[in-house]
Design a protein around this ligand. Structure first.
Ligand SMILES: NC(=O)c1ccc[n+]([C@@H]2O[C@H](COP(=O)([O-])OP(=O)(O)OC[C@H]3O[C@@H](n4cnc5c(N)ncnc54)[C@H](O)[C@@H]3O)[C@@H](O)[C@H]2O)c1
Length: 256
């Protein structure tokens, strides 16, 4: 039986870990050829092994997405190998510095990875997309509501939503959709970056997580597989009339 993304070319950034990895595995299971992009070569190779062991199709492009030149190289490689793109999941990002104690380098890193990378990769790959194309951005609940923890992260993740809406507006005439996912807290290696400063104990992490869960109506954090299901839905035909929206996937956190 044909999969939901049968023979589609699906580009996924930050594909080697967490939500990007689970989405890569799920897309491949649904018949897509996954072009996985990540800075971590070893984890990228492990992902390819797992996709192939499950009978799927994938390739890996190593890139530091804070570097504009490497983003251009990724786009050129995709154009040369495939000539078109069906799905682009702009997932790469990093947790932001705490409070207002940040410097210009930290600001620049956040802007470059969380905002400039998805903006430029989309700008470069959009001409390769056509009717039925779907661009999905990873924002955050912090792009929807204020984050006291990291105002810089809130700022760049809000910017992602502005760009997503612009792509929905300009892409609509060509049948290209754009949407964003806004995860709450997800059980991935990045979780520690949000809840634990360098040098702080695991007890502090556990206490902060316990108090965070009290603010979540469903009382827990999510698993990356739950996020992958939403990305799959937004990527394929089941969401054919949905564009320009930012979907919270947060156990109800922003409803309070
Ligand atoms: N985990 C959460 O609780 C959470 C919540 C909301 C939003 N997010 C967003 O999700 C995304 C991260 O996903 P995750 O939680 O699955 O993280 P993760 O830590 O599991 O994976 C991050 C991946 O990004 C890659 N990466 C890091 N820097 C890179 C760079 N410069 N160039 C290319 N790749 C790079 C890493 O190698 C790694 O494979 C980010 O956009 C983050 O802002 C995460």
């Amino acid at each position: 039986m044909a999969g939901e993304l049968q023979d589609k070319i699906a580009v996924i950034t930050a594909a080697a870990s967490g939500m990007g990895r689970e989405t890569s595995l799920r897309f491949a299971e649904e018949g897509a050829h996954v072009v996985s992009v990540d800075i971590d070569v070893e984890a990228g190779a492990a992902l390819l092994d797992d996709v192939k062991a499950a009978g799927g199709s994938a390739e890996f492009l190593a890139a530091d997405l804070t570097d504009l030149g490497q983003i251009e190289d990724v786009a050129k490689a995709i154009e040369a190998a495939h000539g078109h793109v069906d799905v682009l999941f702009n997932h790469a990002g990093a947790a932001g510095p705490r409070g207002f104690d940040f410097d210009a380098d930290q600001w620049e890193f956040q802007v470059n990875l969380n905002l400039r990378a998805p903006v430029f990769l989309t700008k470069l790959l959009l001409p390769l997309m056509g009717a039925g194309g779907s661009v999905i951005f990873t924002s955050s609940v912090s792009g929807l509501i204020a984050s006291r923890n990291s105002p810089v992260y809130s700022t760049v993740k809000s910017g992602v939503l502005g760009f997503m809406r612009a792509i929905a507006a300009v892409g609509g005439a060509d049948g290209i959709r754009a949407n964003a996912i806004c995860p709450g807290t997800v059980d991935t290696p990045m979780l520690k970056q949000f809840f634990q400063a360098p040098g702080e104990s695991d007890t502090v992490l556990e206490e902060r997580l316990a108090s965070f869960k009290q603010a979540v109506p469903l009382g827990r954090i999510s698993q990356p597989q739950e996020i992958a299901e939403l990305v799959l839905f937004l990527a394929g035909e089941r969401s054919s009339f949905i564009t320009g929206v930012a979907v919270p996937i947060d156990g109800g956190y922003v409803a309070l």
